[in-house]
Design a protein around this ligand. Structure first.
Ligand code: PMP
Length: 307
């Protein structure tokens, strides 16, 4: 169960958690056109929350909205301030922030007419997304029978609620079969991403990750490309096949929720030594140092605010 916080920001006001309600004819509930973000903040050594790459997350929220022709009735600055306010009122030093813009009730039918676009921001504490052991020991993954969306079927760069039906189907299938996470291939059969994470493989000290075709342009993916290059590794953005993944020395998923999660097995094949590989471990350590404000070189990735 998600742990209740005190307040949820709802259309410009902070309301009690239990009072943040909508009508059952809310358009997004029926047709899936809503956009959201997943953001984490981490407690720095000074005790203050640092929100990871807030500007990029707010920008992606607005880009997602534009892609599906939703006009968010607030500015990016207003949403940024609202996120600060929600984190502060809920005393969230470390946890997860979920802004969601959705189409409210009014007319029904696929065309949402002039139904209002509404916005909420919720926060909750959230530990390791893929399980407590996942970050150290790595996870077991299966290739999904579901493909990642084709770029002309969904707006794949946008974090649209309806896109996640695909993720839920893949995740349920993987979990029911005893795996931790699903790997989705694109419609051409190349490795794409997971249900809420991007993927990297490592071979001969070179990192490879699928290019921004049908995948979500992950902000963690972007952080790790920069960190890895700054640490002296080559990073290639190039399509690869599942057999290349099977034969990688290391593989990991990354995302705001999943952070840097090693993959130890794919489709019953052990990856590398079947544990978190050395490059994965280094990147994971560095990522956690950065988000906790312990590496000042990347201090610009953290958003602080005065309480
Ligand atoms: N792919 C998908 C499908 C996702 O839902 C997410 C989570 N937002 C990611 C990748 C990772 O993106 P980010 O690093 O920006 O959280």
């Amino acid at each position: 169960m998600v742990q209740k916080a005190e307040k949820i920001w709802f259309d410009g006001e902070l309301v009690d958690w239990d009072a943040a309600q909508v009508h059952v004819l809310t358009h997004t509930l029926h047709y899936g056109v809503g956009v959201f973000e997943g953001i984490r903040c981490y407690k720095g050594s000074d005790g203050r929350p640092g929100i990871v790459r807030l500007r990029e997350h707010v920008e992606r929220l607005f880009d997602s909205a534009r892609a599906v022709e939703m006009e968010i009735p607030f500015s990016q600055d207003e949403i940024t301030k609202a996120i600060e306010q929600t984190v502060q009122v809920n005393n969230l030093a470390e946890g997860y922030i979920r802004p969601l813009a959705f189409i409210g009730d009014g007319v029904m039918g696929v065309h949402p007419g002039s139904n209002p676009v509404r916005v909420i921001i919720a926060t909750w504490p959230w530990g390791a997304y893929l399980g407590d052991d996942a970050l150290q020991k790595g996870i077991r993954v299966r290739t999904s029978s579901f493909s990642r969306h084709h770029v002309n079927v969904m707006m794949t760069k946008a974090k649209v609620c309806g896109n996640y039906v695909n993720s839920v189907l893949a995740k349920r299938e993987a979990v029911a079969d005893g795996y931790d996470e699903a790997l989705m291939l694109d419609v051409d059969g190349y490795v794409a991403e997971a249900t809420g994470e991007n993927i990297f493989i490592v071979k001969h000290g070179v990192l490879k990750t699928p290019p921004l075709g049908p995948i979500l342009g992950g902000i963690t993916r972007d952080c790790l490309i920069t960190l890895a290059r700054d640490m002296g590794y080559s990073v290639i953005e190039q399509r690869f096949t599942r057999d290349e993944l099977y034969n990688a020395e290391e593989a990991f998923f990354c995302g705001t929720a999943a952070e840097v999660t090693p993959i130890r097995e794919v489709d019953r094949r052990q990856i590398g030594a079947g544990q978190a590989g050395p490059v994965t471990q280094l990147l994971q350590q560095e990522y956690f140092r950065v988000v906790r404000g312990e590496n000042l070189k990347y201090a610009g990735w953290l958003h602080h605010f005065d309480s």
